[in-house]
Design a protein around this ligand. Structure first.
Ligand code: MN
Length: 546
């Protein structure tokens, strides 16, 4: 084993400060730095992995979701996935991540596909392996909060199409934003996986994450995923965190990381030593870099380890060859910047896919030369917004605000989503938000910060959504209603009459094509488009998650 236990380790000694980053500007931090209090002490027992020492670690495969989301702007089509399905299904992966995250947005916005039909098709093509999806809690697969009835309907529809494991996260780790989704998944008889979004900051400690894990189990989650979306977790911390969780909870624990900074393979290895039940891998070339470690590479890393899983090198090689062809087909959306290991992410914590996309965004804003300045502003903005983890949608919110601060001066323009964070509309922030900024936000909006669960303020919407669909002449099904709630324009485009059909009726004005042409700017992902009106000018900003 990598890690002996020469001394008892106490987790409250481990504050997760991450890399020291240079601070932009000369002004002191706007927040008084919260004190990291002495939290409950405990020591590790003598054994390294006291579950089943010889039980192989389970591998989950992400190539059909996070793999291409991280390395090819989520552009893999269902048609490109299907030829790989028989081999993927036969390899004995614990789960295949096939849906959720940005795939639903991408299906509608770029690929002209009905995402629920994709799920049904993939379920039929991959009948043996459990399907897994990424769900953003109360945000479903969008960027703002939805009422409980929409969240519940979405889960029901996904379960009916064959989704098995729902990996549910909240960007602020506010469990109040997970409750509805967890209950809906349990009611549907499916597997609810609660997520700990891993990040580093002066207010985050291993102990805080362990407490969150215990809370997730108590909430009824069937398993826990440590989601390291920006690839920040170092091996020793991974070991400490996973081991601590395994000692406190009875449900399985998964580690999900990205190789953006080159840490994921080693972090996984340490987690395997610590007793992690499963880890997420992908398949080259939709692996490594900003994606998950490649399956073959991870198995090779575990060579000689008692927990190395059995594998089928020939089938894996065949898949690798197949996906190499798909990667070439998606060349417009891939980038060497995503493929290489880049330690920048350790400093700025910006998820890898967002980093490359952000470069393009700044160029579009004529701010290409301001990249470093904006990156330096990100930790400062994050601190002022209560040290929120950077994951969709908070990564976009912090990135956009940092850009505005650099462009117009600090806090001269406060974006609406940043205001909503300050007002508590996304949930409880890990640290306190900057008091002056909060005052500014309250003055500007005439609203007070809310302390309760934001979704409690939202009226049920399903009936209204169905009425809207009916008024447009579309079928008023639950599936279309939840898509209409999140992606009204994109859904309308998919169902717009084809140009050929309208040619006779209105030849002068053809309808929008069902399959929009791919965006001309290379890896522009299916990110949120913010239209920021500043000083009378509209600035479109878009960034994407990893
Ligand atoms: Mn990920």
């Amino acid at each position: 084993m990598l890690f002996g236990e020469p001394n008892a380790i106490t987790t409250d000694d481990i504050a997760l400060r991450g890399q020291e980053c240079p601070r932009s500007g000369n002004s002191p931090p706007a927040n008084p730095r919260p004190v990291i209090g002495k939290i409950r002490r405990f020591t590790f027992g003598p054994t390294a992995y006291d579950g089943h020492p010889m039980k192989a670690v389970i591998l989950n495969n992400t190539v059909l979701r996070d793999g291409h989301q991280s390395l090819a702007a989520t552009r893999m089509t269902t048609a490109q996935m299907l030829p790989a399905c028989a081999d993927l299904d036969g390899l004995g992966f614990g789960a295949l991540e096939t849906w959720g995250g940005a795939t639903i947005d991408s299906c509608l916005r770029f690929l002209g596909e009905n995402p629920f039909e994709r799920l049904g098709t993939l379920k039929a093509a991959l009948p043996k392996t459990p399907h897994m999806m990424l769900l953003r809690g109360q945000n479903i697969v969008q960027y703002t909060s939805f009422p409980d009835d929409v969240v519940t309907a979405f889960v029901k529809c996904s379960a009916a199409r064959g989704m098995d494991i729902f990996r549910i996260f909240d960007a602020l780790n506010d469990t109040r934003n997970l409750v509805t989704a967890v209950k809906a998944v349990r009611d549907a008889g499916k597997h609810a996986q609660g997520v700990i979004c891993y990040t580093t900051s002066p207010v985050h400690t291993v102990d805080m994450f362990l407490k969150l894990g215990v809370e997730l189990e108590a909430m009824g989650c069937h398993s826990i995923c440590v989601k390291d979306m920006a690839g920040l977790i170092p091996p020793h911390i991974a070991h400490t965190l996973i081991k601590g969780l395994k000692e406190r909870v009875k449900i399985p624990v998964v580690l999900h990381s990205h190789d953006t900074a080159g840490l994921a393979g080693a972090a996984y290895y340490a987690a395997v030593d610590a007793g992690v039940d499963s880890i997420d891998v992908s398949i080259t070339p939709f692996a490594n870099g900003t994606g998950q470690p490649d399956t073959v590479r991870m198995i090779a890393l575990l060579e000689g380890h008692p927990r190395q899983p059995a594998h089928n090198p020939a089938a894996l090689q065949k898949l690798r060859e197949y996906f190499t062809g798909v990667y070439a087909e998606l060349g417009k959306f891939t980038s060497p910047a995503n493929e290489r290991v880049d330690s920048d992410t350790l400093c700025y914590q910006v998820p890898g896919g967002m980093l490359s996309n952000f470069r393009n965004q700044l160029k579009e804003q004529n701010m290409g030369d301001k990249f470093d300045q904006v990156m330096l502003e990100i930790p400062y903005v994050r601190e002022c917004l209560g040290w929120i983890p950077l994951v969709t949608p908070t990564s976009q919110i912090v990135g956009t605000q940092a850009m505005l601060n650099v462009k117009f001066g600090r806090w001269k323009n406060l974006s609406q989503p940043a205001i909503d964070i300050l007002l508590g509309k996304y949930g409880r922030t890990p640290g306190p938000v900057n008091a002056e900024l909060l005052e500014m936000a309250e003055k500007k909006t005439g609203q007070k910060r809310i302390e309760g669960r934001a979704a409690d303020l939202l009226e049920p919407r399903m009936e209204k959504l169905k009425a809207e669909l009916a008024a447009k002449g579309l079928p008023a099904t639950d599936e279309l209603a939840v898509l209409h709630a999140m992606f009204p324009q994109e859904l309308a485009k998919i169902y717009a009459p084809k140009p050929a059909e309208t040619a006779a009726a209105a030849p002068a004005k053809p309808a929008a094509p069902a399959t929009p042409a791919p965006a001309s700017t290379a890896p522009a992902g299916p990110g949120k488009r913010y239209n920021l009106t500043l000083g009378g000018k509209v600035y479109p900003v878009s960034v994407e998650e990893v």
